[in-house]
Design a protein around this ligand. Structure first.
Ligand SMILES: [Zn+2]
Length: 214
């Protein structure tokens, strides 16, 4: 189900009051248009009817893909308590152990999760792969703590075979790191012991980023 509401906003540029559509939850299985608009940013942009001023407005939103059995909750203000009963009862009584539940803070993180799961990858080894890149691939101009890395897709090269891209979105030289897909599988296989078992987290909301393993 897609849940939509409207709020009255006043344009900060020209003071015109107008309605802004808020997507509390989007079901991309029932309407794939929402997915496209989430990815290109149109779903969360406010454009003033009067002066054309536009700005992204980030608010809590639920992304639901019934085919992938995936829910992503965008929680920009980190209001959601991951521990305790709230997690189990949060939002739905239909928490399903076959589903994956993820919490993110920004639209960029939400879009990254969409790409990862659409490509049938596991976000946990991917975060470890990012950590590996942070430790081994950054230049001296990059502050490892401040460097922003996102999954950038998969590809096939004639001489390299299957590769995986990790994009650097910060620093003086934004670029894309290319690693053999085998590196992802190696990490996934080697570090299985480091993952919390699938059962305790099945059907639970978790935040999977590089801090997940700390
Ligand atoms: Zn305006």
């Amino acid at each position: 189900m897609t849940k939509v509401s409207t709020v009255d906003l006043v344009c900060p540029e020209c003071d015109l009051e107008q309605e802004f559509t808020v997507y509390d939850s989007v079901n991309v299985s029932l309407n794939s248009d929402y997915k496209e608009r989430l990815i290109n940013g149109k779903l969360t942009v406010f454009t003033c009817d009067g002066c054309g001023y536009h700005v992204e407005i980030v608010y809590p939103m639920l992304y639901h893909d019934m085919d992938k059995k995936l829910m992503i909750w965008m929680d920009p203000d980190n209001q959601f308590d991951l521990s305790g009963l709230e997690n189990e009862q949060f939002l739905f009584d239909i928490l399903d152990e076959s589903y994956q539940y993820r919490i993110v803070s920004t639209r960029e993180e939400m879009v990254e999760k969409v790409y990862i799961f659409d490509d049938d990858l596991d976000d946990k080894p991917l975060e470890m792969l990012k950590h590996y890149i942070r430790e081994t691939h950054l230049s001296t101009d990059d502050d490892p703590e401040q460097t922003i890395l996102y999954y950038g897709g998969r590809g096939v090269f004639e001489d390299e075979g299957d590769v995986i891209f990790i994009n650097k979105w910060s620093g003086p030289d934004q670029k894309s790191f290319r690693l053999p897909m085998a590196k992802y599988w190696q990490i996934k296989n080697e570090y299985t012991d480091h993952y919390p078992g699938p059962m305790p987290e099945a059907g639970r909301w978790i935040r999977v980023d590089e801090n997940y393993f700390k």
